[in-house]
Design a protein around this ligand. Structure first.
Ligand code: NAD
Length: 250
């Protein structure tokens, strides 16, 4: 897999899984925009990773279409275009709202705006840039939590699955492939305040994973990077579970 002369935008790329996408893509030659609401942490990632010249941090709120458009404009200005989008930004804190009946309306809107609509806003911003390059690829980050009916987090990720299959059809004519990864339990900065790694191991097993392995971010990101690459050129509209067999569907 080579991403030489390619440009990728990774939302929520400052930490966690997003940062792994940034590292792997840059390692394989891409220039990468870290589009994150937390500019300080995004800039820290640029400074700490080995590929500083290939990276650009841009403060982006994916829940705001104008901010998404400004991000893509900055990416085009700095790197000359956009080929790939990883729609990774998310709010793990949304898991604290298990009831769709009781969640405050404003909170519900805020979460859906970032977790579901934000992926559409970024796609709307990035697709015209990809068309100028003759095509591209998008990976949306879902979750196997989509299938667990656990409230707004789950609902937003089911929406991401729906967005993925819809966009995969709509954008085929533009030579843009759209797929999703659905991670299982991943030890990230965002998960730390919610659950210890030991609890994650037990929780995943209780939900059906046949091992006690908790994923590190690279185990997920390498599958997403594969989906972006030409090696996956015949993979379109798929939601790929990366969960060590926790969610087995036949
Ligand atoms: N960690 C897990 O176990 C797990 C499992 C399945 C799916 N996921 C999904 O993977 C993605 C990444 O999760 P993570 O664990 O790395 O999270 P994380 O909390 O470690 O990182 C999320 C990043 O998104 C950024 N962000 C938040 N709101 C934003 C906004 N409005 N605009 C732009 N950036 C924003 C944050 O600043 C942060 O850098 C999320 O979509 C999450 O739902 C995580």
């Amino acid at each position: 897999m080579s991403f030489d002369n390619k440009v990728a935008v990774v939302t929520g790329g400052a930490q966690g899984m997003g940062r792994e996408y940034v590292r792997l893509l840059a390692e394989q030659g891409a220039r990468v925009v870290i589009a994150d609401i937390n500019l300080d942490v995004a800039q820290k990632a640029v400074d700490e990773l080995d590929f500083t010249d290939q990276l650009l941090a841009i403060r982006t709120d994916v829940g705001d279409l104008e901010s998404c458009l400004a991000c893509i404009k900055a990416a085009e200005e700095r790197f000359g275009g956009v080929d790939f989008l990883v729609n990774n930004a998310g709010l793990l804190s949304a898991a604290a709202f298990p009831s769709l009946i009781d969640i405050p309306v404003e909170k519900y809107r805020q979460i859906m705006e970032v977790m579901l609509n934000g992926q559409l806003w970024m796609a709307r911003a990035a697709v015209p840039a990809m068309r100028k390059r003759g095509g591209g690829a998008i990976v949306n980050v879902s979750s196997i939590g989509a299938y667990q009916a656990t409230g707004v987090y789950s609902l937003s990720k089911l929406g991401v699955n729906g967005l993925t299959i819809n966009l995969s059809r709509e954008l085929a004519k533009d030579n843009i492939r759209v797929n999703a990864v659905a991670p299982g339990t991943v030890a990230t900065e965002g998960m730390q305040p919610l659950m210890s790694v030991a609890d994650m191991a037990q929780w995943g097993q209780a939900l059906g994973r046949p091992t006690d392995r908790v994923a590190t971010p690279d185990l997920i990101a390498q599958v997403g990077v594969f989906l972006l690459s030409d090696a996956a050129s015949y993979v379109r509209g798929q939601i790929i579970a990366v969960d060590d067999g926790q969610q087995i569907r036949v």
